[in-house]
Every structure is written in C-alpha cells, then in structure tokens.
Design a protein around this ligand. Sequence first.
Ligand code: ADP
Ligand code: MG
Length: 711
Amino acid sequence: MPDAPHSPASTPLAAIHGIGPKYAELLAKLGLFTHDDLLHFVPRRHEDRRHLKPLSEAQEDQTITVRGKIHSAKPGRWGALKLEITVGPATLSNSNDLVVARWYGFRPYGIKEGSDVFLYGKVNRDKKGLWAMKQPDYEIAHEDAESYIHIDRIAPIYNLTEGLTQRVLRRLMYEATQRTPFTAPEFYPAPSSMIPREEAFRKIHFPESWPAEERARQRLAYDEFFVLQCVVALRRLSHVSTHRQRAKRAGDLAQRWLDSLPVKLTNAQRRVMQEIDGDLMQGPPMNRLLQGDVGAGKTFVAIYAMLKAVEAGEQAALMAPTQILAEQHAINLRRWFEPLGIRVDLFTGNTKNKKGDRLQGGELDLFAVKHGTSKVATDVPIGSSPKASGSVVIGTHALLYDKYAADKLGLIVIDEQHKFGVLQRLALSRKGQNPDILVMTATPIPRTLGMTLYGDLDVSVLDELPPGRQPIVTKCRSVKELDKFWAFLLKQIGEGRQAYVIYPLVEESEKVDAKSVKAEYEKLQQLLPGAKLGLLHGQLDAAEKERVMTAFRAGEIQVLLSTSVVEVGVDVPNATVMLIENAERFGLAQLHQLRGRIGRGQHLSYCVLVGETRSLESWRRLKIMEETTDGFRIAEEDFKIRGPGNIFGTEQSGLPPLRFASLEKDFDLLTRARTDAALLIREDPTLSKWPGLREKMHSGGASAVSLVAVS
Ligand code: ADP
Ligand code: MG
C-alpha cells in the first residue's frame, strides 16, 4: 500500500474502496463529494471502546465493551436475533459470565455460533437476571489487532443521514482515512511542534489515544485559525496603506458642543475622544471598535466623532440595528445638533413602504428619505454651510443597500455592532471615499471572538460609567412569586416610576412553551386595573411602534409589555423596574442588554428574572445575573455555555464555520496563530511562496472576510 500513488484530495468518492453509487448518493446528502470532504468530516465525538470489562464489574445501565464467544444464535421473540455470548474464559454453568444480545429486524453480518466477538453497548439485567444488551455495536475479533474499526479502540461517531448507519459510515471513513492513501500538503510553514497535516487527518478520525486525538485536533484547528488570521493581517495591512483624503477642519462645532454639555465627561470618554482625534488627524481611515458596557455613554463619543466629520465638510452616518433605535438616536441627536445648525435626517427600512414615508408623532418631525431617491443626501451641496446640508444621516441597515451619499460620506458610526456582521461592514466601507468607521458595541466581546471577527480593528474601551449610577438590584424568582411582584410593581408606578415587562414570544405558540406578549397583555389588563399598559413587539408597523415608544418616553404608558425589541439602546431614565418572563429562554448577554434599559436615572432600579426552576443548569445560569453586572464577565459565561453562534448568530457574525477550532477553548492556539500569521504576512504579503494558503483564504468560509483583504 505505501507505494500506491497518493490520491489527490479532490478525488471523487467512487475511487475509494467500498463506495459505490449507492453510498456515494447517501454521502452526498451529508455534503460529501470528494475524498477531501471525507477528511474534513469531523466526528461528532469519539467513544472510548477499549478497556474490556469483566462482566462481574458491570453495573446496571453502564456502557461497556466485552469480548466473548457466541454460544448460541437463535431467533428470539418479535423477530429478534438472540445471541447468548459467554464472556472471557467462561462456562455456561456460571450465568454471571453470560450476556444475552438481541438485534431486531436484521441479522448482524458475519455473526454465527462459535464466533469470537467484541460487543459494545449498554447492559441491563433482564427478567431472568442475566446481563442483556440491546442492539450492541459489534465486531468480529481477528488476528490483526491494529485494525479494529468499531470496537477495541477510540471509535469515531459521525452525524448520519437516513439510510446510512454509524457502522457503515465508520467503515467507509476508515477506508478513506486509513487505507486509501491521500495527500494533505502543508500550505504554510506550520510550527515544528505540530504534527503533519496528513497525520492529523488520519488521527482526528481514528486516534490511538485521547492525547493523539487532541494533537490532531489542535493541528487542524491551528490551520483554521491561521487562515483566518492571515485574512485579518492582510486586511490590516491593506487598511494601513489606504489613502484617506483629509480636508482641513474649518469649524469648531465639536468644541462648541463640548462647551454646551451640561455634564462632565468621564475620563474614559475623554480618553476615547482623544484616540479618535488621533485617528482623524492623519493617515488611513479610522477603523475603530468602541467597547463600552450598557450606559457607559457611547453616544457622546459618537456625537463627538460626527461633529468632527461635519467640521471637515463631510457627512456622517449613524447606523443602528433597529428602527426604534434609529428613531431614538434621531431624537437625541437633533437635540444636540440643531442648536449647532446641523440637520439630522432619518433614513430607515420603513421608508421603503410608501405609506411609511413620513413618521407620525407629536414631538417627532422627522423627515424620512424615500428609498432610492435620497435627495437630501446626494443633491445638497454640503461643506460650505452645515445648515443647508443633511450633514448627519441616521438609519438602519437600509442605509447599506441604498444609493445614499456616496461622495461626501466621511464617517460611519455603527451602533450596537453585534447585529452587523463583517460582510455588512465591508459593504459600508466601500461607500464613499474610504470613510472613517467607528463601531460601537455594548456586548463585551469575548476575547477570542474579538480577535477573529474584529482582529483588524483598533479597540477603544469605555471602562467607566458616568457618576451617580445606582446599581440595579437583580433577583431570580419562580413563577409562583409573581403575585408579590405585581404588588411591588403597582407600588413603584404609584411613586411615578415606569416598568418594562419582557416576554420571549409575540404570540402564543403550540410549539414553544413560553409566554407571549399579546396573551399576557390581555391578562395584565385584568390583573393591573388602573395601570396604563403599552404593547410593543416586532410585528407592529413602524408608526405604531414609534407611537408606543413616544408614549412610554412621555410617561403616558406606565408599564410597557414588550418582546426583546427593546433590547438595545432604548433610553427612558424614569423606567426603574424590569420583569423578564421565561428568562431562561434568553442568552445572558441578551439579558444583560435588556437589564441595561433600567438603572439609567437617579432612582434605584429592580430587575426580576422569572425563570424555569426545574432545570438546575438554567437556574445556575440565571443566577450569574444576580451576582454581577459586569457585562464582560456575563459575555464570557454566556459564550462558554452557548458558543458564538448563539450570541451573535453565525450568519450575523460573518464568522466562517470552524470545524476543528473552538473559539471557546482555543484561546492560546488562536493567539499563536495570530502572531505567526502576522509574521508571515509581513515577510511575504503577496504569499508568493504559499499559493495554497492564498487559495484557502479565498475559498470556503474565509471568503466572507477576505473579499477586501486579498483582492
Ligand atoms: P450607551 O453607552 O449604552 O449607548 P448612552 O450613550 O445611551 O449609553 O448613555 C447613557 C446615559 O448616560 C444617557 O442618558 C446619557 O445622556 C448619559 N451620559 C452619558 N455620558 C455621561 C456623562 N459623562 N455624565 C453623565 N451622564 C452621561
Ligand atoms: Mg447606546
């Protein structure tokens, strides 16, 4: 076998022994078309099927491996095949050495009386008091002890598709990874301490030991990180060499605004503004991530940066993840900007609907630009007089897809970053002439994720809350204690405060056992007579949503029942109570965001999480919210429990799927890959020596990130 020509990894499956048209079709259902696909098909997990156990040590319900001789093979009841197997040097006279194995509906291949077999499965005492195994995995013992596939080894367990059994797939994978030669060339200079790629592929499937499995996984994980980090390093490099035309700043808008501020900036705010100054003074476009916990005062920083752009005769755009937030920002910013003679336009997805063009609402006189026509943005000459221009535009992601303002756009601020993926960010940076980008997030980003997703950004941190904030009192409670809560709530609104009540669902659902905001709205109207309730959820049309939010801000609504649409950024300082029902259905980072809606004024605030008490695990998770208001710790905990996909949503995060690497576990590996990748890119930015690496960066998952970088 060693001298057989190595099959290139792209070899079709049919070339692998044992894979005919029938299996090829089944494998296609799993997305497997080439030899390479099989190599990359990571086992879901491995099972340790070594360690033969004498039956005398077995316990009820234990999964064990035994070896024995088939003493009898007979049809059992209900079409079962019943085997009596004596284990070890046993005799039938001692029933303690007997296992009865049954298979239903099929006869295991190759099994007959007298065979020497391994069995792997769960044991239970049957009615006669004998050990019994139901449909155990098995393997006929043979001389060549090296090559057991299913048992007497650490065996891979794969995801299956209908018509393909674990056993068959494992055998095919064994052919593909152990018996059929293949090549997996090194495509970059990997650290010498790591095992070769070829070996890693063989062992990730069929490792001889747990450490061997981990070494294999680390090698392949490192490869994944390395490719991603090369993309990040190249993006940084290309960014640093981007030319950004900078106009001389004419005005003193930013200074005048600072002078007019009724509050004192925090040191952190001042520091970050200086960092932004540094970015804007010279050199390539700003490319900065601003992390700051809920309530840290990111908006002021954004305002500062936007005024700097307007001063320079440019336009600034602020993007928010939801329409509600865009509208709130519009209200907030107009308050600051109008006295300075700067017009603020609101531009939202809503403007696509013909009837939604103009928003209603007393205090709001917002001009919504119609999708695609964006007159304000393109036709108005700006720079000379800020007064005449729509110098500041606020919108949702609708801004991305519009022809809005290509020429004068000088700054894009993205608020609450986690809803915007890398792809969206790229689309943005293509607008205008290399605009400055400031990304703001309140979800503290776990380190590994940050390095991967935002590895190309400079980072500023607002690590200080404005003074005078009251801590939020947080309590986890069971549904039984709700009555007490309603009494408390009535007392609070009696004192003039307002409250949020959050539910996971809009409408009742048969599939999901959780409360819905619509149904509870009906009930609470009975339960809280006299209280002014409001209803908010994503299915309301834009005008209605705005009407509700305006009424809540104005205090006309006392208790706002809502889904998580109020999650980010909403700022009503008089709201001091929040109840979250079915809290176990939310991620911790999301709960933290929700909780951040209260504790914004001078009154003490209370957050009550009503959760499922049946599951200890989810209860413990909720308890973390009682212990800390440190968003960073909460994010790390959430990340450990739920992984990145759940925090950000994989599509949203723009993160390519990682097969071998784990952002939760592999921080050290990632750091190493990052350093090594940066070195390689510095020495050889065109990757002339490593065409395979270039190809990998372009293909597959990394393509999303690499669009700008490598092209
Ligand atoms: P976030 O970082 O969550 O976006 P905001 O920018 O909405 O926070 O600020 C939260 C609240 O704190 C707002 O009401 C804002 O006016 C206020 N605020 C921001 N900075 C300061 C400061 N330096 N001193 C006092 N209040 C501030
Ligand atoms: Mg905010």
